[in-house]
Design a protein around this ligand. Structure first.
Ligand code: KG4
Ligand code: ZN
Length: 360
């Protein structure tokens, strides 16, 4: 029987410690994610030092669990793929050091993967999507449209000039006292709310191109919330739900409209009609539906990874590593953590990989 390539993937760039085993036939033998929400919830956001410590403590447990679930041993792995950036430096270093240790111990090659490439290549793992395709990468730290031309060739068409949408969701949740992480909580409140009650802006729609801005939206949300509090000395459940629904509708409208423009630009350039989305915010059902509708209207095929593969995970890192492995492109023990690592090195630097910059 022909031996298929098997990769162990490791992810520790933000607040999830993850390990997964993936094969070249696109099968995911295991995909373990050990979250840290409990450790950071009290702070309303990720505390880098706490995250790094937790990664260092859990990476080996996580990797062992992934191998066990996959029913294989380290000896049967062809290579170890690890997120080498961008991300919170302590977490990325924990992962890179652990991966190098495994490489030395087993004699297997190590492959340093760009976390954003992991997200951007996910539709190839889930849907077998061919190059090139248009990708909207939308997460807690990033928001950008990319033409994905090859596993190592990305061209940025536009992105946020300030906050990333996930960051805005998290801040909205904090302003409204909903908890952390904000995205799923705001989404669940929004289900009970009226999106038309509060009129939120749709930033940068008046400007040509696919750049976006979300920081004004967050300020508008804060002002609207403060106005209700000043009037009624507090927020009712319905007020909160309406604020969430209005905010989510604004984000959704902006992403859908900018996607229309990005699709037009992409189709003109490549004569291909394939649009995929990835990153934590892609887990939002309202946003996902708006993007799907925009794609259908433009005659594009739309791919959205299942929820578990939208948010941070190691299966996407294993897959991105696998694509490098197949190209014979490995790292050695000089592999270093890169807290900042743009996918498109030719694109002019923007404020806009989200202010946090580190998260992806
Ligand atoms: O890609 P991801 O798992 O991690 C990084 O950003 O690195 O994305 C996490 C982000 C968080 O900001 C979270 O609030 C947001 O994705 N998110 C959502 C939803 N689920 C996660 N935002 C909106 N709606 C959701 N259902
Ligand atoms: Zn991410």
């Amino acid at each position: 029987m022909e031996q298929t390539i098997t990769i162990l993937g490791l992810e520790s760039s933000c607040d999830d410690t993850a390990a997964a085993v993936v094969r070249a036939d696109r099968s995911i033998l295991s995909n373990i994610v050990m979250g840290q929400n409990d450790l950071h919830a009290g702070f309303g956001g990720v505390v880098p030092e706490i995250a790094a410590r937790a990664h260092a403590e859990r990476l080996d447990i996580c990797a062992e669990a992934a191998l066990k679930k996959a029913g294989i041993t380290l000896a049967e792995i062809d290579a170890i793929a690890v997120t080498a950036g961008p991300g919170l430096i302590g977490g990325v270093m924990s992962g890179v050091m652990f991966a190098k240790g495994l490489a030395v111990g087993t004699g297997k090659p190590v492959i340093g993967v760009n976390h954003l490439a992991g997200h951007a290549l996910t539709p190839r793992l889930t849907d077998g999507l061919a190059f090139p395709y248009l990708m909207l990468l939308v997460s807690g730290g990033h928001c950008q449209f990319l033409a994905v031309e090859a596993a190592d060739k990305f061209h940025r068409l536009g992105g946020t000039i300030d906050d990333a949408p996930g960051e805005a969701f998290d801040k909205t949740a904090r302003i409204l006292g909903l908890g952390y992480p904000g995205g799923p909580l705001v989404e669940s409140e929004a289900k009970k709310g009226d999106p038309a009650r509060f009129k939120f802006p749709r930033p940068l729609l008046d400007r040509a191109g696919c750049d976006m801005s979300f920081s004004g939206l967050k300020t508008a949300l804060r002002r609207a919330s403060e106005a209700v509090v000043a009037e009624k000395s507090g927020l009712t459940k319905q007020d909160r739900a309406d604020l969430c629904a209005g905010f989510q509708a604004a984000v959704s409208d902006v992403l859908a409209e900018k996607s229309r423009r990005a699709m037009a630009e992409f189709a003109a350039r490549f004569d291909v009609t394939s649009f995929a989305v990835a990153g934590g915010v892609a887990a939002n059902k309202t946003i996902g539906a708006a993007l799907r509708q925009a794609a259908q209207a433009a005659g594009f095929r739309f791919s959205a990874p299942p929820l578990k593969l939208c948010t941070d995970n190691a299966a996407m890192i294993a897959w991105a590593g696998l694509e490098r492995f197949q190209a014979g492109d490995f790292d050695d023990l000089t592999l270093a953590a890169r807290p900042r690592w743009p996918l498109d090195s030719n694109a002019k630097p923007m404020l806009g990989s989200g202010k946090k910059g580190a998260k992806a």
